[in-house]
Design a protein around this ligand. Sequence first.
Ligand code: NI
Length: 197
Amino acid sequence: MSKVQPNYVLPLVFLVAILLGFALLLIMPASKKENKEEIIPIGGPFELIDNNGVRRTEADFKGQYLLVYFGYTSCPDVCPIALQTMSEAVERLGEKGKLVTPIFITVDPERDTVEQIDLYISDFHPRFVGLTGTPKQTAAAAKAYRVYYAKANEDKDYLTDHTSILFFMGPDGRFLNHFRHGETVEKISQEMSRHLN
Ligand code: NI
């Protein structure tokens, strides 16, 4: 038995297929864009004490670009290199560098007192802000930036394992980019400069 189809069915199927195709084209770029913006949030609220003993929160840094690094002052090699790199990258930006505040947050608040942090950052960029806090405040700040840290041993002069990543944050507090340890001063300043333009 052959079914007789009205002669408009086939063109209608084509029309629907074409419309679906257009609909997909319209939806796809939108969803791609959404995915791009759906980056895991890095950063967020924190409450710490700066190298002058003043309580600071993320709100105090609104309007400034931040180059944030978590480490500890008795770190033998990784942290000093990171802070030196940060200082040089900010300097390399020249005038625009004034828009960027380099921030050092300790993951070793037990030993890194306000005085210790202040002494430590004085070796680096003059606009460096050092932050310490209670172990709980430190843990909260590290969690916001997805930074891992843990005592490596129980010696008196213990080492601390920690994530070594620079976070570049926008004036609205939003994460812009990160730089892995060993990234060159040139690359970091170039990338920051791109955002500052
Ligand atoms: Ni370190």
